[in-house]
Design a protein around this ligand. Sequence first.
Ligand code: PHE
Length: 453
Amino acid sequence: MEKDNRANFGSKLGIILATAGSAVGLGNIWRFPYMTGDNGGAAFIFVYIMCVFLLGIPCIVNEFIIGRYSASNTARAYRKLSNGTPWAIIGYIGVLTGFLVTSYYSVVSGWCLQYIYASAAGHLKGDPQFFASYFADFEKDPIKPVIWAVVILVITHLIIIRGVKEGIEKASKALMPALFVILIILVVSACMLPNAWEGIEFLFKPDFSKVSKDLFLGALGQAFFSLSIGMGCLCTFASYFTKDTDLTNSAVQISVIDTVVAILAGLLIFPAAFSIGVSPDSGPSLIFITLPNVFEQAFSSVPIIGYIVAISFYILLSLAALTSLISLHEVSTAFLHEEMNINRKTAATIVTVICSVIAALCSLSLSDWDAISIGGKPLFDILDYLTGQILLPVGGFLTCLFVGWYLPKKIVRDEYTNYGSMRGKFFNIYLSCVKYLCPTLILLIFLHQIGVI
Ligand code: PHE
């Protein structure tokens, strides 16, 4: 175990909320509900929960062990533990992935801010066609989305420069409860709509005939992304954990929070959509085209409620995005701060400026300036593909091999049991998952994502 004079989170609650804040993000709200609805409802939820337990929790614990043991940024953490062997590269992959994701995630987060503004200003009114063209025009605008991406990066920056305890922890303690409260209020409003029951039934009625290879691999991939595995975020946050943090318990709590939020998002989206007979899709078109229309129509008898629901929904999305961005930004900030020996503020400023530039390029690549594309694909899509489909699984896979096969078992066990102060009941199960099961599953996700199986 390393020195104690490094910044730490001040409380267990802070640890859980900050790390759950990283996990709870756009993935929970715009992808999980749709995947559930489209893949056999409760059957998918069941497979997903299995994936969280078998793959998610062991991979989270891996990153926690590496981060807390080395008490360093992700690159240095792996470097310290790899003793001059090429394993050190995994840490750099994590930092690079985190950095690249920060850039394009901030673009989508910026869209959420624009939609808070647009719904508050009463601009989101019209027929379904209107919502589609409103989003298309906004996305193609060369200026507005760039400004919003920079705004959310600057908000993230202002939190990061206050440090771990005063910045990240305090912000998470305020933002996460706000997120839960808004989510619950929205779920209750949606479930009170006429025909809401059909949406609830659609979400939860198990259809086991839909359980297929694709569903299984889709659930695995979703669990991976949703739990923020493989981007250096968990490792970096764990480097601020206290010595008495129960790593497995924390991993379980974070996974439960993340899954509950995802299911609640389904309980918001499906009842609302079914109440007006719209079938929800996924991704940006769900969030920025289908849902504004759904909110407007579903609450048309009391428009003020529709108005408040729409604003609250985009605030909810922005909070989820912001807490994830904080963890992503911190990966690069901690890296520059410790590796270049510059102070935290300067490191954060460099990250914010470079990410703003890449975010601007990403955003512009979706506008009519198709100059910012490679092989006909916009930079935005390339970064999404490169990080989500390639770097993430590669990083996660190598981490499993590193912890399962390379690290001395004593280090792994010591961290797992807090140096013998806990029994570590599940240690052997955890280690077997990390050695055999998780690498196999990740390899399968990877092959599936690149279209080989
Ligand atoms: N887990 C986040 C989501 O569900 C995405 C994310 C991945 C955030 C990795 C931070 C790091 O949207």
